[in-house]
Design a protein. Structure first.
Length: 544
């Protein structure tokens, strides 16, 4: 199969290249592509896998969506849930959600084929669920999937999920646009394996999406070709090349010279740099996203809420927004974005105040030590502050946060990690998943549903979920239970107001700003309308 796709790629290149060059800027040895029909994308972080149920970050999720499919997706504005592999979206009105809320039935599209020609069916959906629930597989999260007690497949076009309890975000979470969107994988290729962690499929995947992976040169580039049998319509693009460009300055230069057509999820600090550059289009799309300072609540120095509140008072969020995002972001005090129906504005806030921060540290038993560093029982308040080294914005934030913490007597040593190590899954020794950090500057993109149980639930410590903060609160768990147990949005809104107020009081993490994701592109790149969770949801409509 790989040879067949590679031959197709060569045919595309020979048919459409108007001018050849020795190599691309990335040194991959490919001939340069002409612009028409060929999209070139620059990414910061190299993927570690192309298996969608193992995806650990937004880069991998975007790439996966080029080749794989969900049951449901959402519109560009995030307000409408749309069918993908499902023929229709299950609701209480159409009977897809049972009256007791414990049975979710999907009618599936017919005639869908995997890239190798095998038919897609309900068996693939059931297998994908079982693969996610397989403890041997290094999946990033099982949120929603663990709420399922069993799955029935009465025929090839019907799949029925039986739930252990009501789970309100189910349709937008399980094989939908959640905070960890996981696509359907093929049963006929993977069904007999004990696990899918290290298999050839992860490098040479077979999906149902609009593009086929032709070749992956690790740490350099990925080549994809159009799947003309795609069930939503023949893709307008012929090929896509995804280039690893870890340095954003190089990305900017590559966009200016048209060596790439899109900088995937550019850092906010590029907004001021690029907004006056001719022949570059800047798209700012709202996302359920925050840039935050993650706090490892399990660390002795950070386990006291008074210390976490002191850190909150030390951070001047507006200054960080002004100096780093060029005004493209807004100060954040909660994890739900202002455009969400679940947003609660009345939460505890921590205006920047060195005096209040020092007073809280004193209450927590800290006294000034040598060189102005606070200490307790003779131990200085020294911690590490980490971020992924490829991200220029987080680098700028880290330096500023380090200075703000020093002003209140906290010594924060900056530590950097490559993204594929910082964000790796638990079984791969990921720094965040294994809790090997004190403070960390990272972004989080949630799903279209406000469900944040995987972040703050006591039962969601990795590897079970993504509670990187190792935070546990009975009050939080009770509010989360209320939010998940009803499909009534008004009742859920009350529960999420409680949740956001608890976060504001306990400060398990410190929200800094709500970004509007910057996507710089070649103006000739058309049909690019990212939804709030994934840029590639409508990739078959892209053209250049």
């Amino acid at each position: 199969m790989q040879r067949t796709i590679g031959a197709l790629l060569c045919a595309c290149l020979l048919a459409s290249c108007s001018k050849a060059a020795d190599t691309t800027a990335g040194g991959s040895g490919l001939h340069a592509w002409s612009t028409a029909g060929h999209l070139k994308v620059g990414i910061q972080r190299s993927p570690t896998t192309l298996n969608p149920i193992l995806a650990a970050n937004t880069t991998e999720s975007m790439i996966n969506r080029l080749s794989f499919s969900l049951l449901t997706t959402v519109s560009a504005d995030g307000k409408q849930t749309l069918p993908d592999l499902a023929a229709e979206v299950p609701t209480e009105a159409n009977g897809g959600i049972s009256k007791d809320g414990l049975t979710i039935t999907y009618k599936l599209r017919t005639g869908v084929k995997w890239h190798d020609g095998a038919p897609f069916s309900s068996k693939d959906v059931k297998f994908s669920w079982s693969a996610i629930m397989n403890d041997a597989n290094n999946v990033p999260s099982r949120t929603g999937y663990q709420e399922v007690s069993s799955v029935d497949t009465p025929d090839d076009a019907t799949v029925i999920f039986h739930l252990k309890r009501k789970f309100a975000p189910f349709v937008n979470t399980v094989f939908g646009e959640s905070d960890d969107p996981m696509c359907i994988i093929p049963e006929h290729l993977l069904g007999k394996l004990k696990d899918v962690n290290r298999i050839p499929f992860n490098n040479e995947p077979i999906g149902t999406g609009p593009f086929k992976v032709a070749r992956w040169i690790r740490n350099d580039h990925i080549e994809l070709v159009a799947n003309d049998d795609y069930f939503r319509g023949k893709p307008k693009l012929r090929t896509i090349e995804i280039k690893d460009i870890p340095d954003e300055n190089t990305s900017v230069n590559s966009l200016r010279t048209h060596e790439i057509d899109w900088i995937f999820e550019a850092s906010p600090n590029l907004y001021n740099v690029l907004k006056s550059v001719p022949d570059i289009k800047l798209l700012l799309n709202d996302q359920p996203q925050t840039l935050s300072i993650y706090i490892n609540n399990a660390r002795p120095l950070l386990s006291d809420v008074r210390v976490r509140r002191a850190i909150a008072h030390a951070i001047d969020k507006q200054s960080l927004v002004n100096k780093t995002t060029g005004g493209s972001a807004r100060v954040a005090n909660a994890d739900q974005p202002p455009f969400s129906w679940a947003y609660e504005p009345n939460v505890m806030t921590y205006p920047p105040s060195i005096a209040k921060a020092k007073a809280l540290l004193k209450e927590a038993g800290f006294t000034p030590g040598p060189l102005g560093i606070m200490q307790k029982n003779g131990v200085p308040f020294s911690i590490n502050l980490s971020y992924n080294v490829e991200n220029a914005t987080r680098r700028l934030v880290a330096v500023q946060v380090q200075a703000m913490l020093k002003a209140i007597g906290i010594d924060a040593a900056i530590k950097t990690y490559p993204a594929d190590i910082l964000f790796a899954n638990f079984g791969q020794g990921g720094i965040l998943k294994t809790g090997k950090y004190d403070l960390n500057i990272s972004g989080w993109i949630a799903g279209v549903d406000p469900d944040d149980h995987a972040l703050f639930g006591c039962d969601q410590f990795p590897p079970a979920g993504t509670n990187y903060f190792h935070y546990c609160s009975p009050a939080m768990d009770a509010a989360q239970k209320e939010a998940l147990a009803t499909y009534d949005q008004a009742k859920r809104k009350i529960a999420y107001a409680k949740i956001q107020k608890i976060i504001g009081t306990d400060v398990p993490e410190l929200f800094v700003w709500y970004p509007r994701q910057l996507q710089p592109t070649n103006p000739d790149f058309k049909g690019f309308t990212p939804n709030p969770v994934n840029e590639a949801w409508n990739a078959y409509e892209w053209e250049i």
